[in-house]
Ligand binder design. Sequence first.
Ligand SMILES: O=c1ccn([C@@H]2O[C@H](COP(=O)(O)OP(=O)(O)O)[C@@H](O)[C@H]2O)c(=O)[nH]1
Ligand SMILES: O=C(O)[C@@H](COP(=O)(O)O)O[C@H]1O[C@H](CO)[C@@H](O)[C@H](O)[C@H]1O
Length: 217
Amino acid sequence: MTINVLIPAFNEEKNIGRVILALKKLSLIARIIVIDDGSWDGTANVARRMGVEVISLSPNQGKGAALYQGFKVSNGEIIAFFDADLINLTPGHILDLLLPVIKGEADMTIGVFSKGRLSTDLAQKVAPFLSGQRAFTRSFLENFFNNHREVTALGYGVEVALTLYAEKTGARVVEVPLVNLTHVMKEEKLGFFPGMLARAKMYREIVNSFGNKIKLG
Ligand SMILES: O=c1ccn([C@@H]2O[C@H](COP(=O)(O)OP(=O)(O)O)[C@@H](O)[C@H]2O)c(=O)[nH]1
Ligand SMILES: O=C(O)[C@@H](COP(=O)(O)O)O[C@H]1O[C@H](CO)[C@@H](O)[C@H](O)[C@H]1O
């Protein structure tokens, strides 16, 4: 069973190395594909130096489009998404997320931060459907992108769209707790006010995705 991992990344030079390092420890992952989404920092260089595949998009296209571009070049029977800014990612987390799909028990898994940092745990406890850590059967993801290409314009709305699509199609979804995992928050990456602005943009894209609900299925 071939497994590919997609990492969408926008200006993540300080973070992406940690994530790639954890993924590279698992030989069952055939390909690690970084989608450098128009970064102006050294994200692509860090990824290339670590020996993984890099697709460079220009200009920045948003998370949904980045994941779709990565999916197009992938060939895994199982595809997983990991954000580039995770903190404390271990091979154990990666296996936990993949196992229900490998065992044929899930079409999609959703990784939920647990017992990491209160602020990021809380967000995912309230809204696990936002999580960027996921694994899928290829056929689930193929049907999603092929039948609903419009989701690639939804930016951060892509996870909500995936969750709504799974609901509508009766796909098997398993939530997997990822203990001690957290990520760098927008305000930490960008500073308080730019971080808040980026968060507002993200919420707008998420709300748009809910507005798109009727078309999915
Ligand atoms: O236009 C964008 C915005 C974000 N990302 C990536 O998508 C993931 C999740 O984004 P972010 O960390 O900003 O979201 P948060 O987890 O803070 O909500 C990260 O790997 C980002 O680098 C991307 O590829 N393109
Ligand atoms: O968990 C959440 O509420 C948001 C925001 O996280 P932070 O408040 O920046 O820790 O992050 C997630 O949501 C985005 C939209 O679904 C995803 O693209 C991110 O991968 C995910 O971390």
